[in-house]
Ligand binder design. Structure first.
Ligand code: SAH
Ligand code: SF4
Length: 408
């Protein structure tokens, strides 16, 4: 949970003679759903009949304006502002590092405070500017329970799931750092243009498997796509999964975003090795879930990601099989040149081989499929993310992994 509305051990006065051992951080309003925000306001005494209006005001200041100080909220009474500031926060995480690649890609390392008895965690978020759009690559977990053999994140054990606050904060920080929120003195009643924002697209392709953290990812993406807030259209939000089949339909029904599948192999025996979750949900089941993905159409295609590994999955026969496998599914194919990382066992396919492979795919009607690697010099490209966070205790990790398995 991102926030706890139980403020009794937080900022409320402790019972006489009982001093709290540590003062926990104030709950953040960022990452709460509208309902939770309403509850948070009721908890500090806002009358029921005012809650809707107050939620709308706060939502605007937080998500349209990007404010981090209650004091700037000019249409909220001074008294309420003081109470809110006393009990809640909107504080951003610490930015431990900001790197800018020669190609303009940016990577932030953000540090979030501990949850419960845990330790602070570091999360990487990457911004990729392109002609006419800017894509933010957002993380959903610290580490990953899955162990795809070509992925750097897969070598880091799962530390923990991110909360909706931590997921949405990645977008807030990017907008802060890029100057993508309006100036503080912009009049309150203005409308923000939906075009021309620096962060125009979000991809859940950072660290972690988003469908093993479904509830928090869903909450965050519903906030991100709220038309009176961050206003990212659902068509501009893409969730990438390694293939957690039982959660795919719910992704379409409950989030309504675009879907990407980390395919990477066209035969079960090879996919079992590259993307081991395939042993649980083999190709036939995965492709059936894609065929029936809610809202899929030629205008809303599923993206299939295919990492090009030299001598492993890059033959012409593989390309032909790929095209055959995707028959009947409205699909886009992204060929991703393998991004090496220290200690990786694979090599990227030769460029000529990628072109030959792409040619087969092109001839079958899939356009411009090779994704240029971005931000390689700052280890910001796909699959290179891995934070140096502390690992969680083995017992806790196993419990989380068991829970994730149950969800899948
Ligand atoms: N866990 C999710 C989302 C994060 S990974 C998933 O697996 O889909 C984002 C994309 O980067 C995935 O398609 C992943 O397979 C790919 N990727 C991982 N390691 C890579 C590497 N070293 N080079 C290129 N792409 C990689
Ligand atoms: Fe996890 Fe995705 Fe990396 Fe596989 S590719 S280890 S699912 S982050």
């Amino acid at each position: 949970m991102a926030v706890s509305l139980d403020i009794s051990h937080g900022n409320a006065a402790p019972a006489i003679g009982v001093a709290p051992a540590v003062t926990p951080a104030k709950p953040s309003l960022v990452g709460m759903s509208r309902e939770e925000l309403g509850d948070a306001l009721r908890a500090v005494g806002v009358a029921d009949k005012q809650v809707r209006m107050r939620v709308a005001q706060l939502w605007h200041w937080i998500y349209v304006r990007g404010f981090t100080e209650f004091d700037h909220m000019t249409n909220v009474s001074k008294e309420l502002r003081t109470t809110l500031a006393h009990v809640y926060s909107m504080t951003r995480p610490e930015i431990v590092a900001e790197q800018i690649s020669v190609d303009g890609t940016r990577k932030w390392l953000m540090r979030f405070p501990p949850r419960g008895a845990g330790r602070p965690v570091d999360i990487e978020t990457v911004y990729i500017p392109e002609e006419g759009r800017g894509t933010l690559c957002v993380s959903s977990q610290v580490g990953c329970t899955l162990t795809c053999t070509f992925c750097h994140t897969g070598t880091q054990k799962l530390v923990r799931n991110l909360t909706s606050e931590e997921i949405i904060m990645q977008i807030m920080v990017a907008r802060d750092r890029l100057g993508d929120f309006p100036d503080i003195d912009t009049p309150q009643g203005f409308s923000v243009p939906s075009e021309g924002r620096l962060v125009s697209n979000v991809v859940m392709m950072g660290m972690g498997e988003p469908l093993y953290n479904f509830d928090e990812v869903k909450k965050a993406l519903l906030i991100a796509s709220d038309g009176d807030g961050l206003s990212l259209s659902r068509r501009r939000i893409t969730l990438s999964t390694s293939g957690v089949v039982p959660m795919i339909a719910r992704t379409g029904e409950e989030i309504g975003c675009m879907l990407a599948i980390s395919l990477h192999a066209v035969r079960d025996d090879l996919r079992d090795v590259l993307v081991p979750i395939n042993k649980k949900y083999p190709l036939a089941e995965l492709l059936e879930a894609c065929r029936t993905y809610p809202g899929v159409s030629n205008a809303r295609r599923i993206t299939f990601e295919y990492v090009m590994l030299k001598g492993v999955n890059d033959s012409i026969a593989d390309a032909k099989k790929l095209v055959k496998l995707l028959e009947g599914i409205p699909a886009k194919i992204n060929l991703i040149p393998f991004n090496p990382w220290p200690g990786s066992d694979y090599e990227c396919s030769d460029w000529e081989q990628i072109e030959v492979f792409a040619e087969v795919v092109n001839r079958a009607g899939y356009a411009s499929p090779i994704r240029t690697p971005r931000g390689r010099d700052i280890l910001a490209a796909c699959g290179q993310l891995k934070s140096e966070s502390e690992r969680m205790k083995r017992k806790d990790r196993e419990a989380l992994e068991a829970a994730s398995g149950a969800a899948g």
